[in-house]
Design a protein around this ligand. Structure first.
Ligand SMILES: [Zn+2]
Length: 84
């Protein structure tokens, strides 16, 4: 097993999980579910295999440039931070 250490906490303990990934490009977003990631158990920092990130990017551009229908869409509220 290769020792890959977290650049945040230095731990080498991680596990494979399916996570939600938010891809943003300019002002467009894609929420990708069930993305395979490796997650450091101490601090929660995630890392992804390069081909996983490439696939997310491919889907993003298929939706925004080729008008491919996503599985579903949601509306997301936007607010400007102001202390109350
Ligand atoms: Zn860490």
């Amino acid at each position: 097993m290769s020792e890959r250490r977290c650049s945040t906490c230095g731990s080498s303990a991680y596990e494979s999980r399916l996570v939600e990934y938010v891809y943003r490009h300019d002002r467009n977003y894609l929420i990708m579910r069930d993305v395979p990631a490796q997650v450091y158990t101490v601090c929660g920092t995630r890392f992804y295999r390069a081909e996983v990130l490439e696939e997310i990017e491919r889907r993003f551009f298929a939706i925004y440039r080729e008008a491919r229908e996503p599985e579903r869409s949601i509306e997301v509220p936007v607010e400007v931070y102001q202390p109350t």
